[in-house]
Design a protein around this ligand. Structure first.
Ligand code: AMP
Length: 543
């Protein structure tokens, strides 16, 4: 017997329709590449996303065609989020930090028909446009007057001229909720990047899940700054969930330096922010130097890579801001777990609470996870100690990559994350490592994240990457590659002594290598492959 409830498809257009009807006055504030701060509302975004849909419908595209963006976080990007998907096209968010060749490869693989970009990225567009034959329409996110006459990109149009003259009325089409809505390629640290193709249903369910109190806890009372880019895994659902709850959004644009982020946060009374650790490092550096304080910020979601304990402590102890540690992947839309204490843990002593908060957290309802033995595939216990390969499944987890053979991707319906983790009796998951970064020393595993976190707690260390080096007796031993804070003094011996008492002797790195910089990938993560390449001639000091 079937239920007797209405059958409304879960479509992205319903999010913007809701935001306009119930939160039309809620502000959307954006720092623009033009240099100013622009203000609109959810009502304004709704109108302009309908104009975008009308403009797209003049281009002779078919449903499902890809419309790519190369853009910072801002109101125009938000209009495209709703206008493109809402009209039945697929929003393909491109990462502008990629190498031009890799970018062209992705555009060709996705067969993008339209490419819309912030004017900051004109040099990148110039470098790739001749290699992108599928793109028939190049649109710059600016006024007509700002499009350079000598852009070198044939037929380049201004976004404002293109969509601005369109009517702002449009009936969003209704279609199957399983229809593709958006596409995002993984960072591709090994091999070619892979396209994750989200559906309307997965996106709307993920938006509900992300807004829950034990997830990002979003509401109409929040002023949210997504520093995490809209080109990286949907800015962790913030654009969609904020529409669902009617929150104010504050977009930092391309100005991600500590000063710009801080000033915008204070001016717009931001209560909640989200981003990867590297961005917060710049913000904290600026605040420390100027003796600054937050006026309104209550919490910040940190994910994308492990949050260094020292960063969590600084936010909490010096600035009274709660860090919410979260874990996810492009393949998971991206939210998997969020670290919010359970009721019975709130009475724990500060130290015990801290060690829970440093974990990556509990699953959001909608995601199921388990850890398994890498060889036998047998499920491992949730004792907070046993580690194994982390597997996930759920309605917003990928079932296959775009245009690839996916026959072997899911084993028994579970997606292999490539992360190694423990899960404790309360269901809190902790990432030990990426499986390829784990260091195997004498048959025991050493977590590179643990080694890095200790180095990061040293006041003279700005960044640390731990990698395994071949060792004749132990197979591998860890070394730590360190960037010092500007002007700071630190010797190899001092840092190694700093590990004493903080970890077992055999888990202490064998050596410290000081470098000027650690290469970061397009999503702000340390590129350990590149660090390893740089140290190709390095040999461990073996006593
Ligand atoms: P991406 O798809 O580029 O967002 O990368 C996903 C990967 O980032 C995950 O599989 C993890 O290895 C890593 N990651 C994301 N969040 C965290 C976190 N909070 N702690 C440790 N690693 C993380």
């Amino acid at each position: 017997m079937l239920g007797l409830m209405q059958n409304h498809p879960l479509l992205i257009s319903s999010l913007i329709t809701h935001a306009e009807r119930h939160h039309a006055e809620a502000a959307i504030v954006s720092r623009r590449v033009e240099g100013d701060v622009h203000r609109t509302t959810w009502g304004g975004i709704a109108k302009r996303s309908r104009q975008v849909a009308n403009a797209l419908n003049t281009l002779g595209l078919s449903r499902g065609d890809r419309v790519a963006t190369l853009a910072w976080n801002g109101y125009r990007h938000l209009e495209l989020y709703f206008g493109v998907s809402g009209a039945g096209y697929v929003l393909h968010t491109l990462n502008p930090r990629l190498h031009p060749e890799q970018l062209a490869w992705i555009v060709n693989h996705a067969e993008d028909s339209v490419l819309v970009f912030d004017t900051t990225f004109l040099p990148l567009v110039k470098a790739v446009h001749t290699q992108c034959p599928t793109v028939k329409h190049w649109i710059a996110l600016c006024d007509a007057a700002a499009v350079p006459a000598d852009s070198g990109v044939p037929g380049l149009q201004s976004y404002e001229a293109w969509m601005g003259q369109q009517p702002d009325t449009y009936d969003w089409p209704q279609f199957d909720e399983h229809t593709a809505s958006s596409l995002c390629y993984t960072s591709g640290t090994t091999g070619n990047p892979k396209g994750v193709l989200y559906s309307h249903r997965s996106t709307v369910l993920h938006a509900y899940g992300a807004a829950l109190p034990d997830a990002l806890n979003l509401s109409s009372r929040d002023s949210i700054m997504p520093v995490v880019p809209m080109f990286h895994a949907n800015a962790w659902a913030v654009p969609y969930s904020a529409a669902a709850v009617g929150a104010k959004l504050v977009f930092p644009g391309g100005a991600l330096d500590g000063k710009s982020v801080y000033e915008l946060m204070e001016a717009e009374q931001v209560t909640m922010a989200a981003g990867v650790p590297t961005v917060w490092q710049m913000l904290l550096g600026h605040m420390e130097a100027g003796g600054l304080r937050f006026g309104t910020l209550q919490r910040t979601v940190i994910g994308g890579s492990a949050c260094p304990p020292a960063m969590m402590d600084t936010f909490k102890q010096r600035y009274g801001v709660d860090v919410i540690h979260a874990w996810g992947m492009t393949e998971m839309s991206p939210l998997g777990t969020v670290c919010i204490l359970k009721g019975h843990q709130e009475g724990l002593a500060a130290d015990a609470q801290r060690s829970v908060r440093l974990k990556q957290g509990r699953v959001v309802y909608g995601v199921d996870m388990k850890i398994v033995d890498p060889d036998s595939g047998a499920e491992l216990p949730w004792d907070g100690k046993t580690y194994g390969d982390l597997l996930v499944r759920g309605p917003w987890v990928t079932a296959g990559y775009f245009k690839l053979d996916n026959s072997a991707l899911l084993k028994d319906g579970w997606f292999h994350t490539g992360d190694v983790a423990t899960i404790d009796a309360d269901g809190f998951m902790q990432i030990t490592d990426r499986s390829k970064d784990v260091i195997k020393s004498g048959g025991e595993w050493i977590s590179s994240i643990d080694v890095e976190n200790i180095a990061m707690a040293h006041p003279a260390v700005a960044m640390a990457a731990c990698i395994g080096m071949p060792h004749p007796k132990w197979d591998e031993r860890p070394i730590v590659v360190v960037v010092k804070k500007p002007g700071a003094q630190l010797s190899r011996e001092e840092l190694l002594a700093f590990y004493e008492g903080k970890t077992a002797k055999w888990q202490t790195p064998d050596d410290v290598v000081f470098v000027e910089a650690i290469p970061l990938g397009a999503t702000g993560k340390m590129q350990k492959m590149k660090v390893r390449e740089q140290l190709a001639d390095y040999r461990l000091p073996i006593a």
